[in-house]
Design a protein around this ligand. Sequence first.
Ligand code: NOJ
Ligand code: CA
Length: 687
Amino acid sequence: MKLLSKTVLCLFSLSLSLHAEDITSPDGSITLSCNLNENGSAVYQVDFHGKTVIAPSALGFTFLDAAPLSQHLRVAGSRVASEDDTWELPWGEKQFVQNRYNELQMDFVETGDAPRSFSVIFRVFDDGIGFRYRLPEQPNLAEAQITDELTQFRMTSDPDCWWIPGDWDSYEHLYNHTKLSQVNALKETVGTPLSSSILENAVNTPVTMKTDDGIYLSFHEANLTDYAGMTLKVDTQNLSLSSSLVGSRNTAYKVKRELPFSTPWRTVQISDNAPALIDSDLILNLNEPNKIGDVSTYFTPMKYVGIWWDMHVRTKTWQYEGGQHGATTEYAKELIDFAAQNNLGGILVEGWNTGWEHWIGFDDREGVFDFVTPYPDYDLAEVVRYGKSKGVELIMHHETSAAVTTYDECMDNAFTLMECLGVHAVKTGYVGDVIPRGEYHHGQWMVNHYRRVIEKAALYNIAVNAHEPIKDTGIRRTYPNAIAREGLRGQEYNAWSPGGNPPAHLPTVAFTRMLSGPIDFTPGVFNIKLDPYTDEYQVNTTLAKQLALYVVILSPIQMVPDLIENYQGEPAMQFIRDVAVDWQESHTLNGEVGQYVTIARKERNGDRWFLGSITDEQPRDMEVALDFLDPDTLYKVVIYADAPDAHWDDNPCSYTITRKTMRKGDALKLHLAPGGGVAVSLTPFRK
Ligand code: NOJ
Ligand code: CA
């Protein structure tokens, strides 16, 4: 990691006679103030361009065996600091990230006998705010058994809200769009994913809002480490959200920590336009620098094929028994050949290892998978060897079926096997209710498990793509081997879920789930009607939109999931061959939450640009100024667009390919069909 400009850090103590402090963002647009109210409780408030966007809101904790830490406080001290540095992402949406903020730390102490103390550290960036609690070592509190945080976000109006329920086990829900006052998460308990626990009217984060006067706010958290995931309980009467941590049925507390410790950052991205939410680096900036060193020695961003969609459209099976086993040596080699011919660097093989006869729908799932024993028709070493001979690397698959202790016990063996074979990436999965029973996917116990996997994988030079994961909170900055994750309703729902993912799903995801980090969504299905696999379901998209997703959705690994025969002879395949997966810079050119979004990205280590634009059910015609292009350069532009008669439902595969020569300052006219999209490649050919 290279520090590009020196940190400017200035600390000075303030002698407080008044108990109110405020700081502004470096550009002056956001002001945060913190003070004590009449009960001696700490409250904070946030203003944006002079308008209050978060009214005075509570801070503090409740504990299992101790009184709440929130009232009868005095300010023991405060200090301010600022920072402006630039750091480098080893892969991702851009190479250089600016980290510029002003900081205010407030130290609070109780006024009574046996007082306890805590600090709140606020950071105010140009694109939002973050704050975290710090509980220092102290005589009257050795260990915190936290039953909840009292952290509150009080809104000043009833904003539009794009939300999924605060499910303690799954993020695989469709987004709802309602006023905050109409949020009803409990209705989502009907028709939920396999493992689902919705206990109260709460939402998961990131949750994105738009006020009537056009201010966008997205609430999330950064650096979720040794703590429970935070959902936000909605008070629909008083228009406020308050922290509700994910618990456990095995303990009466939700988080247990010895002091001293700091909580994750609670974050609010704030902007007067929706695209700026996507371009914000706030979550990454609130994580710690790289702790594991250079991952480029073993991980290169790539596109990959898989023995995967076959199982979701039910032409093959994960299990060996039954005669339709997908993961055979022969089929893997066929896919490796296809990958090598099409500029795709990886192959995922699911169902390669014994145990799939007993992975789902059983209570006794411990000890079923050992992650090292292949089925008899799959020669693991030969697949790896053949892949390497063609420049295609294997992505290992570890479905744990949420038998987490088994995985903890097997991980060293499994990673040793990968190391011996020279395999450097793994897709993990946690389908089903967590074993040990009583733990939830998003509680402190599982947060610590997911982190153990990342840390252990790093020791074996392995990159991790987790499915059914804990949400991303920007830890890829600290652990750049955490390359991608699921944590949303991915493409697979289109293969087997009634209604699939409607056209508005991804224009919503771009402004919600994607704010947290890379997504293994697996775009690129060309057989959109899923004919002849099923007449019940289809992918609710046009083919051109599938191409656009390679640019819109951020991930350093992008799958090319469809069955080989569906790509054969298809001219649009050229875009998939060409498109990059690692970026020098990215710009969100336009967009509205849940409606449409257009993103342009420049490849890393090259001069090509790519642009993707997607829409919901509404057709759109737009002009995009090519201001982002490099000056004095002519580009060969290839536009893969919905044809005039394209429609996600009636005519999804109708597209045109148009070639043009363009330069910076030109305007690109784009047509997006209902449920459609456009993908564009721009290759420099002359100065
Ligand atoms: C769920 C994952 O999301 C999916 O991609 C995978 O194929 C199955 N689990 C089996 O591991
Ligand atoms: Ca899943």
